[in-house]
Design a protein around this ligand. Structure first.
Ligand code: PLP
Length: 427
């Protein structure tokens, strides 16, 4: 099996691999999944005892590395007292503390926190919040969103509709999806004027503008300048619509600032976080609204309540993990570590520039991207990374690294070195 050096996989693997359905995988032709038994720091141990260096941090979540003892202890303590209690009519200390801390950390008056259990659902809630904001404000017909080419916001029905339709992942489901407006980011005068016109023409139907600030992740690791976000804020204000930042990938230091919106000095009306919120340990997400948005729901009318409530929202274990993760951001020099990762990625990936088929190398914060003109055989490429002792998961035309912020310099060199070597064609 992949990365197993011919050793027989354990029986739980042999049985289970016949029953588990994997994400984004053609189950017939994809390489079988790698049997994993342990994680620690930036390392993943396979069933045969082989240790590989992780370049992905489990879809960009494990920002402190795996198994951080401070988070583990907090979750263990919480497990003893109360693993879960519903937020239906109740509130527990971990959710209360986490909401208070998020409100204090986020810029402006982003201060009202709605917890959910995945990024997609946090974006769904942001969209429902925006639509209901207008209804509650007495404005009818504002049910559409402007989202952007290159964007990705999730896999649920509502969020698929605001992803870039040409990225291939969601095109199949077109008939199921509500029609949304996918525009070009306002990168220059022409695209800004086009967006301005669009917002003017369709103001009556637009509930909000939705964007991943600074880095569009799953749509291709595309970067844009902070000025783009300032233009979006100005356009949203001019046309009286809401601005929603999806910081599910960018939040908690990934781009170099704690939140990407801070690099632009822009406060959105609604902001979503997930992924690194719990240091990548437990599923949790949050949709945070400004006072102005929340005020539209504050009423004597029960029908003006936000109509959403996932069973496991604000799970106490997940909130305890998130509080412990925030402790680490407070106590340890995480943003300085991101800056160090950024320099090492710049240096380590620079040799890729001269390799055949490489069209761009870009780095922002703890995100390093090598863009190729095309990838013919992604399965083979993944296998070659595994052979080189690293976990790297290319997609589309890109090979990228989003390591833990705490990754030791040697491990980071192994990752960048493996990318240079594998892309150069040698093993
Ligand atoms: N939004 C962004 C920016 C993401 O990167 C992702 C996941 O990759 C999502 C939303 C969806 O999050 P989840 O996979 O937790 O549903």
């Amino acid at each position: 099996e992949g990365g197993q050096d011919g050793a027989a996989p354990p029986s739980w693997y042999r049985d289970g691999v016949e029953h588990v359905w994997l994400p984004y995988a053609q189950m017939k032709t994809a390489a079988p999944p790698v049997p994993v038994v342990r994680t620690r720091g930036s390392r993943i141990t396979l069933a045969n005892g082989r240790e590989i260096v992780d370049g992905v941090a489990s879809w960009w979540t494990a920002c402190h590395g795996y198994n951080h003892p401070h988070i583990a202890a907090a979750v263990a303590r919480q497990l003893e007292t109360m693993p879960h209690v519903m937020l239906g009519g109740m509130l527990h200390e971990q959710a209360a503390r986490l909401a208070t801390r998020l409100a204090a950390m986020l810029p402006g008056d982003l201060e009202r926190v709605f917890f959910t259990d995945s990024g997609s659902v946090a974006v769904e809630v942001a969209m429902k919040m925006a639509v209901q904001y207008w209804i509650n404000s007495g404005v009818r017909g504002r049910t559409r969103f402007v989202a952007f080419r290159g964007g990705y916001h999730g896999d649920t029905t509502g969020t698929m509709a605001v992803c870039d339709p040409d990225e291939g992942m969601h095109g199949l489901f077109k008939g199921l999806l509500p029609e949304q407006i996918i525009a070009d980011l306002p990168r220059d005068e022409e695209t800004t004027a086009a967006l301005d016109r669009l917002l003017a023409d369709r103001a009556d139907e637009i509930a909000g503008i939705l964007v991943e600030p600074l880095v569009q992740g799953a749509g291709g690791m595309l970067f844009h300048d902070p000025a783009v976000l300032q233009r979006l804020r100005a356009l949203a204000d001019r046309h009286g619509t809401l601005l929603i930042f999806d910081e599910i990938f960018t939040g908690f230091g990934r781009t170099g600032a704690m939140f990407a919106c801070q690099s632009a000095g822009v406060v959105p009306d609604v902001l979503t976080v997930s992924k690194a919120l719990t240091g990548g340990t437990l599923p949790l997400a949050a949709t945070v609204a400004t006072r102005r948005v929340f005020d539209a729901f504050w009423s004597d009318d029960p029908l003006k309540a936000l109509m959403h409530g996932p069973t496991f929202m604000g799970n106490a274990l997940a909130c305890a993990a998130a509080n412990a993760s925030l402790d680490l951001f407070e106590r340890e020099p995480r943003l300085a570590q991101v800056a160090a990762v950024e320099s090492a990625l710049r240096e380590g990936l620079a040799p890729c520039r001269s390799l055949p088929r490489v069209v761009d190398v870009r780095v922002r914060g703890a995100i390093g991207v090598v863009e190729l003109d095309r990838i013919d055989d992604v399965t083979d490429l993944k296998a070659r990374f595994l052979d080189a002792g690293v976990y790297v998961r290319p997609f589309g035309r890109i090979v990228y690294l989003t390591p833990a912020f705490t990754i030791p310099a040697d491990d980071l060199r192994r990752l960048t070195g493996a990318i240079v070597k594998v892309l150069a064609g040698s093993r």
